[in-house]
Design a protein around this ligand. Structure first.
Ligand SMILES: O=C(O)c1ccccc1NCC(=O)[C@H](O)[C@H](O)COP(=O)(O)O
Length: 197
């Protein structure tokens, strides 16, 4: 099971996620309590070994703004929330990074439909920590897709059993306050996922 830990802003928390075995680490570069500047994301990304994917998270920005932030930060993946048009994904293709389309369950759930590499199926309000009806998407997404939205060390096994995703993504569920990660919760989340299958 592929695991992405999102919304990291401190070197110690990046180290904790890498140590715990995360496959991908997200830096939020849009309006959020977890927001980091592209320059800060570059500092954090420099701490991440090559086998862990660094992901820049955006919502609603135009492709040129996303491009500039991705180049400054050096992230190896771009995650677009907010029903970006297909053209936005095509406009970023030449960067050669992994493209992630983040949607709620009402969207087109075919991974690749917008020329993205990964699909992330999230709650209606990204980063809110609100659980939703994960079972409702079981069998609907195709291809490589991550389940997100209200996951935590306590419920991720239940969620993966319900939705049968290729991977999972968490932010609030490994925090002690909005934007403040807890290394022990990050470790507990990875343990809960790896033990879930
Ligand atoms: O995390 C945010 O604040 C955020 C803001 C705007 C767009 C996306 C955001 N997060 C994206 C993520 O990948 C989260 O990990 C995902 O939505 C799950 O969040 P949570 O329910 O808090 O685990």
């Amino acid at each position: 099971m592929y695991v992405k830990i999102c919304g990291l802003s401190e070197p110690a928390h990046v180290a904790a996620a890498v140590e715990a075995g995360a496959d991908a680490i997200g830096f939020v570069m849009t309006r959020s309590p977890r927001r980091v500047t592209p320059e800060r994301a570059a500092e954090l990304a420099a701490l991440v070994p090559a086998h862990v994917l660094t992901v820049g998270v955006f919502r609603g920005e135009d492709p040129e703004t996303v491009r500039a932030a991705a180049l400054t930060s050096g992230v190896r993946a771009i995650q677009l929330h907010g029903r970006h048009p297909h053209a936005d994904f095509l406009a970023l293709r030449d960067l050669g990074v992994t493209l992630v389309r983040a949607v709620d369950s009402g969207a087109d759930l075919r991974c690749g439909a917008y020329d993205e590499d990964l699909l992330l199926v999230d709650a209606p309000h990204a980063g809110s920590g609100q659980p939703w009806d994960w079972a409702a998407v079981r069998g609907r997404p195709s291809g490589r897709w991550l389940l997100a939205g209200g996951l935590s060390p306590h419920n991720v096994a239940e969620a993966t059993a319900a939705a049968d995703p290729w991977g999972v993504d968490v932010s609030s569920g490994v925090e002690v306050a909005p934007g403040v990660k807890d290394p022990a919760l990050i470790e507990a989340f990875l343990k809960a996922v790896r033990g879930a299958r």
